[in-house]
Ligand binder design. Sequence first.
Ligand SMILES: [Fe+2]
Length: 321
Amino acid sequence: MLKIAHISDSHVNERFHPDHLPRLKTVLEHALYVQHADHIAFTGDITSNADERDLKACRELFKDLEILNAERLSLVIGNHDIFGGPHLADELLQFPGRCSNRDYVRHLNLFYDTFSETFAGSEGPGSSPFPYAKVLGNVAMIGLNSVARQSALRNPVGSNGEIADRELDELVMLLKDKEIKHCDHRIVMVHHHLFRRKDESKLHTPPETNVIVERIEQATLKLRGKRKFLKTMNAGNVGMVLHGHVHFTAEYSRKGIVCLNGGGAVYPVNPREELKYNLITIDKKTITQKVIVVNKEIVVKASELDRFGPEQSALTLVKAA
Ligand SMILES: [Fe+2]
């Protein structure tokens, strides 16, 4: 049995979101010590402003939790990890210019280098860090880069996504790979979502008060090339997609593929929402998923117990609480 915790969009930033790194720590500790997850799948926007300092702080957290390796952690990049974001209303007008001056490749490589241990041994067929694939028991995990390049008309603030033709061709190659084909399950990780805009209201209720910066960003979130992407995944027997980008937790299906959004884990769009993550349990033939709500008191007790006896079960812990 393999347990994967899916988390997304922590938007760590020391200046604008100082509470996000401690919140991310709490969510990860819950997944590792309370739910005993074997693996963490993190689908992008780890940082809010693509600052090297914040990437390093996340690296240190992963290291402290002993998950900074390919067996315990899989990461994909989000638009904020490349372009950053406007955090103050008066930054809005300058932000498209900042995005167009951004060195996309430098930031992609900075992300890869910061977390290089998690990519070890999972290189894809091309020279770019994405797509990559790794096999965990009977599961193949495939990570893609859906962050589109900036363009004045098609992607002014860097938040729209795209599965480029090169990326799609390499995904086809990976899905045809013998070792991946022989796995019982194939899971794809990508930052951008796959639901249709018109279906969003069925998945969550947005809060009435929402700051203008976030409202503008939410209106410029699209993934181009969805149809071809879904067709490729169907042909390659992909059963599940994990993503983030929009900040709520949800499950839906597209063309028979189960899609999980982990975007509400640390920075939910509705600030009153509790922190939540997806937990996927995989047996030989079955794969099940549920949403876990983080209970901070239990996390503290669990991490203490873990220090004294890692075999202590979550059930004993809940009873004791
Ligand atoms: Fe995003």
